[in-house]
Design a protein around this ligand. Structure first.
Ligand code: NAD
Ligand code: AKB
Length: 322
């Protein structure tokens, strides 16, 4: 998207797992001063030092609208949400944050033609009746989690605001995301990040999912690239305005453990499934993202092996510096 002098980009929920990486990449691309990071919680480090940072609640529509006008914001990334595991524990506040936060931004975008909005959906929109392997873009969607219901409703509203009011909202159904820069925030796929940390720190890991639970996952650099490619695509190429399927790597806890063991000799894993198993069991094993490839040229780069090598390289370097 063309950004004139003085225009900026706003990332809401910037302190989380995706925001930490996204703000960093956007500031490298556009310069620190043009990327406003905002979160409910105060932040330290590069998020607040590398450019403007605001403490902001996405449920406070007036403050969000004021921020967008004051900073001449042309692109908003709305990342504030409660994820699947937390949402099961905090049903009403998850629904409120995930839905009202989105409505606030859709209503602001409706009044500001030219504002482009990114809102992430999730593989959680699918449910137990969805075909589990290579889940198609258009298929049965009967999510059985609070989080999945909020994502499915959000997708319908995004499409509605696009068709009714011309809002340029774009979305991806992210799989479980894996990164070394930030810890995940209360999801069912979080084990696939924690396992790397525990492998290096303790040489063993207790997994809250069964060993054969295959789930769609993706390494964060691919997820950030997908997000930026979708946001940069000409509007006519963004044909799906609910949310695009996005596939990465599908693996089980046993498979990721075997891959880690090749780098961390003696690494062992045990399994103690908890309430998150039921959530994982309702999600697909793998995803068909051919529409993202056809419409705006998406293709994933990392596999389980290259992701593991890169994750462990960075996490080891961090530990040497500490
Ligand atoms: P996260 O939990 O790591 O971060 C969310 C951030 O939002 C936190 O920093 C939190 O402080 C902030 N926040 C919470 N309430 C807020 C409020 N009222 N106002 C402003 N900020 C608030 O989440 P994430 O993993 O970075 O996910 C971001 C988005 O991507 C979410 O919509 C999530 O559903 C979606 N998603 C994430 C994944 C994943 O694996 N991380 C997968 C699929 C979809
Ligand atoms: C979660 O596990 O809740 C997230 C997601 C797949 O949406 N990582």
């Amino acid at each position: 998207m063309d950004m004139s002098k003085g225009d900026s980009i706003l990332v809401l929920g910037a302190g989380g797992q995706i925001g930490t990486d996204l703000v960093h990449t956007l500031r490298e691309m556009h310069g620190g001063s043009r990327v406003v990071a905002a979160d409910l919680k105060p932040q330290s480090g590069s998020l607040s030092d590398g450019g403007p940072f605001l403490q902001l609640d996405v449920l406070d529509a007036q403050s969000v609208a004021d921020c967008i006008r004051t900073h001449k914001v042309k692109e908003v990334y709305l990342l504030a949400a409660l994820l699947s595991a937390t949402a099961e524990q905090k049903m009403k506040s998850a629904w409120r944050l995930n839905m009202e936060g989105l409505f606030n931004l859709l209503d602001i975008a409706k009044e500001l033609p030219g504002l482009r909005l990114f809102w992430p959906s999730s593989i959680a929109v699918f449910g137990p009746t969805t075909p589990r392997d290579l889940t198609p873009q258009f298929t049965v969607m009967e999510p059985s989690t609070v989080y999945g219901i909020s994502k499915q409703a959000g997708e319908r509203w995004c499409e509605y605001y696009h068709h009714k009011f011309g809002v340029d909202v774009r979305s991806l159904r992210y799989p479980g995301l894996i990164s070394y820069k930030a810890q995940p925030g209360g999801g069912t796929t979080d084990y696939a990040v924690d396992i790397y940390h525990q492998a290096l720190d303790k040489g063993e890991y207790t997994c809250f999912l069964r060993e054969d639970t295959a789930l769609p996952m993706m390494y964060m650099p691919d997820a950030i690239r997908a997000t930026l490619e979708l946001m940069a695509a000409p509007p006519e190429r963004v044909k799906i305005r609910s949310s695009y399927n996005l596939a990465g790597i599908s693996f089980t806890p046993a498979q990721i453990a075997a891959q880690i063991a090749q780098h961390v000799p003696g690494f062992s894993i045990r399994y103690a499934p908890d309430y998150r198993q039921e959530i994982a069991d309702s999600w697909p094993n793998s995803i068909d993202d051919s529409r993202a490839s056809e419409d705006w040229g998406w293709s994933c780069r990392y596999n389980l092996e290259s992701m593991t090598t890169d994750m462990l390289k960075h996490l080891k370097a961090e530990r040497q510096l500490a």
